[in-house]
Design a protein around this ligand. Structure first.
Ligand code: PDD
Length: 287
């Protein structure tokens, strides 16, 4: 069945949805995005994603395409129109179609941004089989641009990282800069040592994960110590546990790093507990 998608204020079947070849998202990767998960037909952490979208837009001097309430209504409409129970809403805003190719930003008065949204159904979002087994990761150099705090659609290097991981029989790659892990290709990275969660502090080196913020809050509420600081691959391999977080994976255990088993080589108790708490609390707060 064809999906109903959203393009600039209109809902239409996906096969009717088009964007110009001059759109700066297409020509220049001049756009930002958000991924909001849906559980039981409700949005998880919508306000967090909307706030980060506003920040990404502001950092790039792009206009907010529609107001917060309209954005929420569009998310809910798409979920309802597509009968999404568990899944996600993908949203992308670009600097629009100036009618030609030019490096300079177009005047936003004459070139409005492009806003598209679509849903993806993911029935196994909670009962994700890889959450039970955990994933293996490899490490690769972090060769992305230096403003990773802005959620841009420039995802070529992360895609290359996923391909390198796949070729190595792993589920993802951790990105390493100056001897320390920044994050995963599409998630934030954590280790656990002697009961303390260690994860890199927020800066322009990493995306400020919405799931990260929630998980660190739940960890503090559960009296689990958290240290926000960089860690190396050596330290991670010697940790008791490792895991990643994102809107699409929640808390996902990591059991092997560059071929070395982490802890027992199975999902650890801290990651499993945090995953359960995250899902339970997210379901309660979903809107
Ligand atoms: N990725 N770091 C990077 C580089 C990411 O791309 C993501 C999210 C995260 C986690 O952020 P959050 O918890 O807000 O999802 C961290 C999304 C899911 C994606 O690109 O599909």
């Amino acid at each position: 069945m064809s999906r109903i998608v959203y393009v600039n204020g209109e809902y239409m079947p996906e096969e009717d949805a088009t964007v110009s070849i001059f759109d700066r998202g297409f020509l220049m990767a001049d756009g930002v995005y958000e991924v909001t998960s849906v559980l039981g037909g409700k949005l998880i952490d919508f306000d967090g994603h909307a706030a980060r979208l506003a920040r990404s837009l502001a950092e790039l001097d792009m206009a907010q395409p529609i107001a917060h309430e309209a954005l929420l209504a569009a998310h809910r409409d798409l979920v309802a129109k597509n009968g999404i129970d568990n899944g996600l809403v993908y949203l992308q805003v670009t600097r629009g179609n100036p009618g030609d190719r030019d490096f300079a930003f177009p005047d936003p008065q004459t070139t409005p941004g492009t806003l598209v949204m679509f849903t993806q159904s993911k029935p196994d979002l909670i009962d994700n089989p890889t959450a039970a087994t955990g994933i293996k990761v490899i490490s690769i150099p972090d060769q992305r641009w230096a403003r990773r705090d802005i959620k841009t659609v420039q995802l070529l290097y992360p895609s290359m990282g996923k391909m390198a991981a796949k070729a190595a029989g792993a589920g993802d790659a951790w990105l390493v800069e100056d001897g320390h892990v920044t994050e995963g290709t599409s998630n934030n990275a954590y280790i656990v040592k002697n009961g303390t969660i260690i994860t890199r502090e927020l800066s322009s080196d990493i995306l400020h994960g919405i799931t990260r913020a929630a998980v660190l809050r739940f960890a503090a509420e559960a009296q689990v110590a958290v240290e926000e600081r960089p860690f190396s691959i050596d330290e991670a391999q010697a940790a008791d546990e490792a895991f990643v977080t994102s809107a699409t994976t929640f808390v996902l255990p990591v059991i092997e790093i560059d071929g070395a088993r982490v802890g027992t080589g199975t999902p650890g108790p801290v990651a499993r507990r945090l995953r359960a708490i995250y899902i339970e609390e997210s379901l309660k707060a979903a809107i």
